[in-house]
Design a protein around this ligand. Sequence first.
Ligand SMILES: CCN(CC)CCN(C[C@]12C[C@](c3ccc(C(F)(F)F)cc3)(C1)C2)C(=O)Cn1c(SCc2ccc(F)cc2)nc(=O)c2c1C=CC2
Length: 381
Amino acid sequence: VMGNCSNTLGIPPGKGPHQVGCADLMVDHTVQGSFFRLYYPCEPSPSSEKPCWIPSQEYFDGLADFMKINRSFAERIFNYLYGSYRIPAFWEAPFKSNGKYPLVIFSHGLGAFRTLYSAICAELASRGFVVASVEHRDESGSQENLEKVWMYYRALKPGEEEFSLRNNQVQQRANECIRALKILDEINSGKSVTNVLQSEFDWSSLKNSLDLCKTAVMGHSFGGATVIETLCKELTFKCGVALDTWMVPLKEEIFPNVKQPILFINSEKFQWAGNIIRMRKLDSASIQRKMITIRGTVHQSFPDFTFLTGNWIGKVLKLKGDIDPHLAMDLSNKASLAFLQRHLSLDKDFNQWDPLIDGKDENLIPGTNIHVMSHKAPEHS
Ligand SMILES: CCN(CC)CCN(C[C@]12C[C@](c3ccc(C(F)(F)F)cc3)(C1)C2)C(=O)Cn1c(SCc2ccc(F)cc2)nc(=O)c2c1C=CC2
């Protein structure tokens, strides 16, 4: 793990009643395996510490590759800027057994990895969800794999057809979300699981603690496309929350097969007409499909970076929008909680935020800010 991660400021902790713990599970090193970080309601445990936000140096290398910058230069920059941050959760704190919790599977964006959305995952866990943030092995992220051989983000080869690569990747990503669900289903029914990572966490303490009838899938950008692909493949997922979705990897012919409710939460700056038009093709008279846009946000307003960079650098690197990042994250999380309560039939008080699902807030736009010509292009065009 990294050096002195002294900075507990930065990423905001969950606002709900539960303390949050986190633990990593890697079932096996093959591509058939599964690797995710679990965020869960935990017993107060002063002895546990909050782990570093970036688990190991190789993640900085993965980020450097992704951003096409020199690795050693990036390592120095990232260590200086981000090396000291912790995530708002207690490492391997004892699981709080308290009835059955609903489950959310989270899918990260292109070039990202399982720890970068901890503000979202920790908030949900503090509200009484168990959240599995999957680490995808489709070479769209950076992660440890195959006996610690690293599979870095793979840039497109010249001439490689982006769509077929991305569609294959989104299928693999969906399968990884479904595998994580299956593994948690086995743990829930008391099956013992071997964790290839050194971990003191007692995974058997999760036995009978998940209500798998109340399962949702959530994701950012490429992870938003993964939400749609996963809903299509696995009906156990009752609904989806898609954050600033990148619709490019998806085949439109699967859209009629998606039967579950979806909440699209978009940033103001990332979206474009073609992408919105494809989201609109998922509109349905019979299945609830909602869309809201958060004023003053950018694509990176959803991952944790948005909290960790000073205003000046954050704006230049487009990691921050004009809106206060805490306010933007609050609106996104509360709208998500209200939508999850509605479609997982939870008996909580998240329905207090129902107006946000309809964009009723001064910092929200119902639907989108992108003007999409509503008429269809003439057939003969
Ligand atoms: C030139 C590279 N070129 C690659 C195709 C474009 C790179 N890019 C814009 C970036 C990510 C950026 C970023 C991160 C992190 C710092 C840091 F300094 F804070 F570390 C800075 C700057 C560079 C903003 C995106 O790809 C945007 N994006 C993302 S970003 C997900 C992510 C990745 C790494 C993170 F650390 C946090 C979040 N996920 C997607 O699923 C999709 C897209 C676009 C379409 C689909």
